[in-house]
Design a protein around this ligand. Structure first.
Ligand SMILES: [Zn+2]
Length: 92
């Protein structure tokens, strides 16, 4: 995890199947969870093109950690069961 104390266009980023996350000024615990789950190969809830997305939702419509709903003031704090089933075997 790399924490950079400067403003950026994003609060953080990571890549699928990676072992790092980069966090900028303005990140919060939701950002850390979001980017960590991307590194564990979990896509956005609205990214229907990803091979690991079993379902697709409208952006800003859930309180899921992989949505962007925090942009409209909805706190992200949950996962769907299908997401947990993807993540759980990877947690050691
Ligand atoms: Zn993301």
């Amino acid at each position: 995890m790399y924490f950079i104390g400067e403003e950026a266009s994003w609060n953080g980023f990571s890549y699928f199947n990676s072992k790092f996350g980069v966090y900028f000024e303005g990140h919060n615990k939701g950002t850390v969870a979001h980017e960590t789950m991307h590194a564990m190969n979990l896509p956005h809830t609205f990214d229907g093109k990803s091979s690991s997305a079993l379902y697709t939702y409208e952006v800003y419509k859930t309180n899921n950690l992989l949505d962007y709903s925090h942009h409209i003031g909805i706190e992200r704090h949950c996962l769907f069961l299908w997401q947990w089933k993807i993540l759980n075997p990877k947690i050691r």
